[in-house]
Structures are given as C-alpha cells and as structure tokens.
Design a protein around this ligand. Sequence first.
Ligand code: 4AD
Ligand code: MG
Length: 464
Amino acid sequence: MKRTKIIDLLARTDFGAEVNVKGWVRTRRSSKSVNFIALNDGSTIKNVQIVADTDRFDAEILKLVTTGACLSVDGVLVESQGAGQSVEIQAKSIEILGTCGSDYPMQKKGQSFEYMRQYAHMRLRTNTFGAVFRIRHNMAMAIHHYFHEHGFFYFNTPIITASDCEGAGQMFQVTTQNLGDIHKGEDGKVDFSDDFFGKPTSLTVSGQLEGELGATALGAIYTFGPTFRAENSNTPRHLAEFWMIEPEMAFYDINDNMDLAEDFIKYCVQWALDNCMDDLEFLNKMIDHSLLERLRFVVSHEFVRLTYTEGVRILEDAVKQGHHFEFPVYWGSDLASEHERYLVEQHFKKPVILTDYPKEIKAFYMKQNEDGKTVRAMDVLFPQIGEIIGGSEREADYDKLLARIKELNIPMKDMWWYLDTRRFGSCPHSGFGLGFERLILFVTGMQNIRDVIPFPRTPKSADF
Ligand code: 4AD
Ligand code: MG
C-alpha cells in the first residue's frame, strides 16, 4: 500500500479508508487489551496515534514497538475518540522496519540541550529539533521567494578565496601541503608555489566582494551560502561555520539599504507565522512563552533608526544612571551584545538600526562620511539576539577606497579586481549580510546558536 505522510493523513476525513504510514515511535502506552503508539515521520510536529488491539498481534512484535523503533503500519483511518487528535489508525498489521534498544540516546524526554548536542546525529528526531529544522527550511524558502519576487538574482560566490573581505584575519587556510613537511623558501617563509592554487588561500568569511561584482553587472543580487570564521568566540551567538545571506544592490544608498533590510526581515518572520504555526506553537509552549508575541511585534512595528553616536550617548547616560555593563562603552568602542540588547530591549523596546559607526571598527569597503571619522555602516539589532544584520553603503570613489586600503595595509595583489569596479563605471551601491542562524534563533526562540544548525562547528568541536 502507498505510504501517506502523517501531515497529509491528519488532514483526511475519509474514515474507513485503508492507509499505510511509516515513522518512528515516540511513545507507547499499553493496557491489557490495547496499545496506543504515537508515531512521527518528521513531516509535522504532530504524531499520529496508532491503536493496536493486543489480541490481534503477536506478543513478540509488540515487544519490539519501543521508543525510537521504526515501523510501517497498515490500518484503517478512524475518527478519534480521544482528545488532542481528530484521526487515528486502527492497526491491521505492523512491520518493524528497525528495532531500537534501550540505549537509544533520545529515549528520555526533557534532556538538556547540552546533553542532546553530544548526540547531534540523533537529536534531529526530537520534537524540538524537528520544529527548528522545519522552520529553518521554511526560512530558506522565504529568503529565495523574497528576492526572486523583488527581481534579485541568486548569485554564487566562491567558498575558496584569496581575499579577506572583512579584513579581520579570521580565516581558515586551505592547502594541500603536507603540514608535517611544509615547503619553506630560502627566506624561511612558506613557499606556496607548488601548493594547489599556487598561493595562499582560505575559506571565505563573506561573499560580499564578489557579490559587488555581481550587483554592478546584474543590478541586484543575493548570495546564500556557508561562510567560515576562525574567531575564537565561544558564545551562544557565534559559529565557526555559518550561513549568510548577502544582498548587494546597485543604485541603493544607505536609506534604501535600511528599507530593504527591514522589509526583508519582516517578510521572513511573517512567512514563519503564515507557514510554521504548528512548530511555532510548540516552541512557544515548550521553549519561550513570549516567542509568538515577539514575532508579531516585530512584523507590526517600525524599526528605530539612529546613529552610533546617538546610541552611544544613550548607553553612556544609562551608565551614569547606574546601569552596569560588563564591557566599557564610549565613542569609538565596538558595541558588545549587552549594549545592543540594552538599546533594543530596555531603551527603545523595538528593533533598532544603528548607522554611521566610527571607521576604525568597521571594514575598509564602507562609504566614508564627510566628517572623516565615520562610515555609512548599518547594523540591525534585534531583541534576544543583538546584531542580526551588518551592512553598509559601499565606498564608490576609487581614490578614497584605495587610500583606505593602503591605510589598513591590505595587500593590493588581492584587491585589484575589486578596485576595478570603481575604475570601470563605478556606481553608488549598498548591501548587507544576514546571519542565517541568528535569524533562526530569533524565529524559534532557541537560546544557543549550536541548536539551530544541524551540525555546529565551534572552537574545539567538529563532530559528525
Ligand atoms: O557583520 P558581518 O561580519 O558582515 C559581513 O560579513 C559583511 N560582508 C556583510 C555584507 O555587508 N554583505 O556579518 C554579517 C552577519 C552578522 O550581522 C551576523 O548576523 C552574522 O553575519 N555573523 C555570524 N553568525 C554566526 N556566527 C558568526 N561567527 C557570525 N559572524 C557574523
Ligand atoms: Mg558585523
């Protein structure tokens, strides 16, 4: 018999129909005469209840119906008498596709997330991770829809690169050299001439620089791919391998850029509300009781926009009034997540877009303001998260860009192709990067970024 997915089965009302479902046992309750099996196949957070009369089945088969076991069940679709579900299956035959012993690590309910991370290969089968990864998929779809509908082209930038976009020196090197026997030249430096690419290369920290080449040809592009940062940040917001969405647009100034960022992120959150309600309701109940309220709040309120300088003034006032921050805050300091969250959660109680940061704490490519001190940067700050988006208008002036590159000692040999965009038909343009996992953190209410990517990579951890 053809298998029905549980999500489709639960919507059916043709009682009496013969059906087949396949899935994994969540729980089993038994009395003398009847067994209730909750089966889940991942298509929805909801289980289907299988009713198996004890006298219809071999006791040896029923013994194998344990939490985690994989079953194929043939039976009749019936209207459910019990609360909590509208349909159930009266089982006629049960085939055990895969047994599951009592050492199954997801056996017990209510394990901590730390515990489950050790079993990241099995945690996918739990309600929480099922919900998170269905939502993650939906957010990827929302992103592609949004940009496609708005005339952006999906543009693939390289993962292996010879340039450091953010200039922060946090790159993972890529080499085929034997690390136990590195070639060194007479000057004692590593000789890359017979390495695979003939020069030092790394995993990209951002597709932006190549994205700008796309935008200044196709008009508006977006990337959506993995990025890598060898920053030794052991925080609930940082991964060494994360996914980033980077739109880049010709003829956009920073205000257009902010409008796009706000509209885009609201669209994604609304998509979750429209398409993921079963999973969101589960997370709202089990993980974070204010999740739905927060999501609805974000889509229905305008983000506050102010400059870094104004933001720092508010934070300094807070300190004067006795608020304690772990890290100092003053004009010129990089804002820590506690500062960003103070502005968002306590001061404005709304998402905030901060602009015009000091040039020293931002990347070389940002458009320089007249004041000579700040650049046309924009960070979107979110409740619970802090920075969710970072972007800017780009410096379109060849001479100014070159001067900044020299000031920061960025090697020209890596940058000639990038500078060519400013030599041949330069145009005003802007873009930003959304951290995909930070979006998923926000939309799911999960607390740790390691729990919104299937297989997290963090310092000292690359299992699975
Ligand atoms: O602010 P970032 O470093 O900006 C860029 O990379 C620009 N090239 C983007 C652009 O303008 N096209 O990173 C952008 C976003 C951050 O706001 C954050 O959401 C996320 O990427 N992010 C991380 N997410 C998880 N783990 C990390 N280590 C992250 N670093 C940045
Ligand atoms: Mg940033």
